[in-house]
Ligand binder design. Sequence first.
Ligand code: FES
Length: 160
Amino acid sequence: MRPSPAPYPAGLTAPGATAGTWVGLLDAAELPQGSMRRVTRGELDLLLAHIPAGIIVTDDRCPHMSAPLSIGTLEGCVVACPLHEGRFDLCSGDPVRMPTTGGLDPDGIYQPAWSPSGGGPKLDPPGKKAEARRLTRVRRFRYYPARVVDGVVEATLPRP
Ligand code: FES
Protein backbone atom coordinates (compact mmCIF):
# COMPACT_ATOMS: atom_id res chain seq x y z
CA MET A 1 0.00 0.00 0.00
CA ARG A 2 1.27 3.48 -0.86
CA PRO A 3 2.12 5.57 2.20
CA SER A 4 -0.10 8.58 2.79
CA PRO A 5 -0.34 11.29 5.42
CA ALA A 6 -2.42 10.64 8.54
CA PRO A 7 -5.10 13.11 9.61
CA TYR A 8 -4.49 15.08 12.77
CA PRO A 9 -6.83 17.02 15.05
CA ALA A 10 -8.13 20.40 13.87
CA GLY A 11 -6.55 23.29 15.69
CA LEU A 12 -3.21 21.55 16.25
CA THR A 13 -1.32 22.80 13.20
CA ALA A 14 2.17 24.07 14.05
CA PRO A 15 2.47 27.85 14.18
CA GLY A 16 3.40 29.28 10.79
CA ALA A 17 2.94 25.98 8.96
CA THR A 18 -0.19 26.88 7.00
CA ALA A 19 1.65 29.86 5.47
CA GLY A 20 4.77 27.80 4.96
CA THR A 21 6.31 26.08 1.97
CA TRP A 22 6.41 22.41 1.02
CA VAL A 23 9.78 20.88 1.83
CA GLY A 24 10.97 17.37 0.98
CA LEU A 25 11.97 15.47 4.11
CA LEU A 26 12.54 11.78 3.52
CA ASP A 27 12.08 8.94 1.06
CA ALA A 28 8.86 7.29 2.25
CA ALA A 29 10.48 3.87 1.75
CA GLU A 30 12.77 4.73 4.66
CA LEU A 31 9.78 5.06 6.98
CA PRO A 32 7.97 1.73 7.18
CA GLN A 33 4.87 1.49 9.34
CA GLY A 34 5.74 1.47 13.03
CA SER A 35 8.95 3.44 12.58
CA MET A 36 10.08 6.95 13.46
CA ARG A 37 12.82 9.16 12.09
CA ARG A 38 14.32 12.52 13.02
CA VAL A 39 14.84 14.94 10.13
CA THR A 40 16.40 18.36 10.67
CA ARG A 41 15.64 21.33 8.46
CA GLY A 42 17.17 24.61 9.58
CA GLU A 43 16.31 25.12 13.25
CA LEU A 44 13.54 22.50 13.17
CA ASP A 45 14.10 18.98 14.41
CA LEU A 46 11.15 17.05 13.05
CA LEU A 47 9.68 13.72 14.05
CA LEU A 48 8.33 11.64 11.18
CA ALA A 49 6.27 8.74 12.43
CA HIS A 50 4.44 6.11 10.43
CA ILE A 51 1.43 5.25 12.56
CA PRO A 52 -1.40 2.92 11.43
CA ALA A 53 -3.36 5.83 9.88
CA GLY A 54 -0.35 7.03 7.88
CA ILE A 55 2.54 9.40 8.22
CA ILE A 56 2.56 12.23 10.72
CA VAL A 57 5.06 15.09 11.04
CA THR A 58 5.54 16.95 14.30
CA ASP A 59 8.43 18.33 16.33
CA ASP A 60 10.99 15.86 17.60
CA ARG A 61 10.59 17.35 21.05
CA CYS A 62 8.74 15.71 23.88
CA PRO A 63 5.75 17.85 24.87
CA HIS A 64 7.10 17.69 28.43
CA MET A 65 10.76 18.76 28.52
CA SER A 66 11.75 18.51 24.84
CA ALA A 67 13.61 15.18 24.81
CA PRO A 68 13.92 13.65 21.31
CA LEU A 69 10.98 11.29 20.85
CA SER A 70 12.62 9.74 17.79
CA ILE A 71 14.80 7.65 20.10
CA GLY A 72 11.79 6.52 22.10
CA THR A 73 9.45 3.73 21.09
CA LEU A 74 6.29 3.70 19.00
CA GLU A 75 3.33 1.38 19.50
CA GLY A 76 0.35 2.14 17.30
CA CYS A 77 -0.30 5.85 17.80
CA VAL A 78 1.52 6.06 21.13
CA VAL A 79 5.10 7.26 21.41
CA ALA A 80 7.04 6.68 24.62
CA CYS A 81 9.55 9.30 25.70
CA PRO A 82 12.97 7.99 26.75
CA LEU A 83 13.37 10.55 29.55
CA HIS A 84 10.53 10.53 32.11
CA GLU A 85 8.33 7.64 30.94
CA GLY A 86 5.68 9.91 29.45
CA ARG A 87 3.44 8.42 26.74
CA PHE A 88 1.87 10.62 24.10
CA ASP A 89 -0.79 9.91 21.50
CA LEU A 90 0.24 11.06 18.03
CA CYS A 91 -3.35 10.61 16.81
CA SER A 92 -5.02 12.89 19.36
CA GLY A 93 -2.06 15.07 20.40
CA ASP A 94 -2.71 14.31 24.08
CA PRO A 95 -0.64 12.58 26.76
CA VAL A 96 -1.85 9.10 27.64
CA ARG A 97 0.50 8.84 30.63
CA MET A 98 1.98 11.82 32.38
CA PRO A 99 5.76 11.90 33.03
CA THR A 100 7.10 10.48 36.27
CA THR A 101 7.85 14.01 37.43
CA GLY A 102 4.17 14.94 37.45
CA GLY A 103 3.27 18.50 36.61
CA LEU A 104 0.52 20.21 34.66
CA ASP A 105 -1.43 18.40 31.97
CA PRO A 106 -2.40 20.22 28.73
CA ASP A 107 -5.45 21.67 30.47
CA GLY A 108 -3.32 23.07 33.29
CA ILE A 109 -4.48 20.53 35.88
CA TYR A 110 -1.80 19.30 38.29
CA GLN A 111 -0.93 15.59 38.12
CA PRO A 112 1.26 14.12 40.87
CA ALA A 113 4.67 12.48 40.44
CA TRP A 114 4.82 8.70 40.30
CA SER A 115 7.35 5.87 40.26
CA PRO A 116 7.71 3.31 37.42
CA SER A 117 8.05 0.57 40.04
CA GLY A 118 4.80 1.55 41.69
CA GLY A 119 6.69 2.66 44.78
CA GLY A 120 6.85 6.16 46.15
CA PRO A 121 7.70 8.91 43.70
CA LYS A 122 11.14 10.51 43.67
CA LEU A 123 10.44 13.89 45.19
CA ASP A 124 12.72 16.90 45.11
CA PRO A 125 13.34 18.84 48.29
CA PRO A 126 11.14 21.93 48.41
CA GLY A 127 12.63 24.70 46.32
CA LYS A 128 12.94 25.93 42.77
CA LYS A 129 13.47 22.48 41.23
CA ALA A 130 10.33 21.05 42.82
CA GLU A 131 8.41 24.15 41.85
CA ALA A 132 9.68 23.90 38.26
CA ARG A 133 8.49 20.29 38.02
CA ARG A 134 5.11 21.23 39.45
CA LEU A 135 4.64 24.12 37.04
CA THR A 136 5.93 22.42 33.88
CA ARG A 137 2.99 21.94 31.56
CA VAL A 138 2.81 19.11 29.05
CA ARG A 139 1.65 20.53 25.74
CA ARG A 140 -0.33 18.94 22.97
CA PHE A 141 1.53 18.06 19.80
CA ARG A 142 1.54 20.55 16.96
CA TYR A 143 1.59 19.09 13.45
CA TYR A 144 3.02 20.03 10.09
CA PRO A 145 0.67 19.25 7.18
CA ALA A 146 2.23 16.42 5.18
CA ARG A 147 1.92 14.76 1.79
CA VAL A 148 3.77 12.12 -0.21
CA VAL A 149 4.88 13.17 -3.70
CA ASP A 150 6.76 10.79 -5.97
CA GLY A 151 7.61 8.66 -2.96
CA VAL A 152 8.99 11.54 -0.89
CA VAL A 153 7.44 12.72 2.36
CA GLU A 154 6.96 16.47 2.30
CA ALA A 155 5.62 18.87 4.91
CA THR A 156 4.79 22.54 5.01
CA LEU A 157 7.34 24.23 7.22
CA PRO A 158 7.22 27.84 8.41
CA ARG A 159 9.29 30.22 6.34
CA PRO A 160 12.55 31.13 8.06
S1 FES B 1 10.97 14.90 28.52
FE1 FES B 1 9.59 13.41 27.81
S2 FES B 1 8.52 12.70 29.53
FE2 FES B 1 9.87 14.25 30.24
